[in-house]
Design a protein around this ligand. Structure first.
Ligand code: 5GP
Length: 116
């Protein structure tokens, strides 16, 4: 399935790209939920975390390691940050190409409570 994130990878629509290599791309979220809000997206096609094969943990691992590296390079790793991957309806997923949210730059509130 083609998503808005595939179009960003293909440069069909613009994004504020902060990192890219052969496997992943990272760009700023269009509607930031924290002072720093970057999305880390694999270039391989997986709609949700449920679709990542058990024998391919590197797909997800690369996203987390890239997020941590970004945090260290930008100087907020010690203060801290949050990484989140939403899955399907109850998780609040809206774009069906897996992606890791990196949120940072302020004290973040609690999360995980049911939506009002
Ligand atoms: P999800 O809700 O699927 O976990 O996260 C999708 C995220 O993608 C949302 O935080 C949303 O703001 C972001 N987003 C949606 N469309 C675009 C877009 O066209 N460009 C960028 N940079 N982010 C987008």
């Amino acid at each position: 399935m083609t998503t808005i994130f595939h179009k960003i990878i293909q440069r069909e629509i613009p994004a504020d790209i902060v990192f890219e290599d052969d496997h992943i791309i990272a760009f700023r979220d269009i509607a930031p939920q924290a002072p720093v809000h970057v999305l880390f997206v694999p270039k391989q096609d997986f709609a949700t975390l449920n679709d990542v094969p058990a024998d391919a943990p590197e797909i997800v691992g690369r996203l987390a390691i890239a997020a941590a590296r970004y945090a260290k390079e930008r100087g907020f790793a010690e203060d801290g940050y949050r990484i989140v991957m939403n899955c399907n309806a109850h998780g609040g997923q809206t774009v069906f190409q897996i992606h890791l949210h990196l949120l940072a730059g302020a004290q973040l509130g609690r999360f995980g409570t049911p939506a009002a």
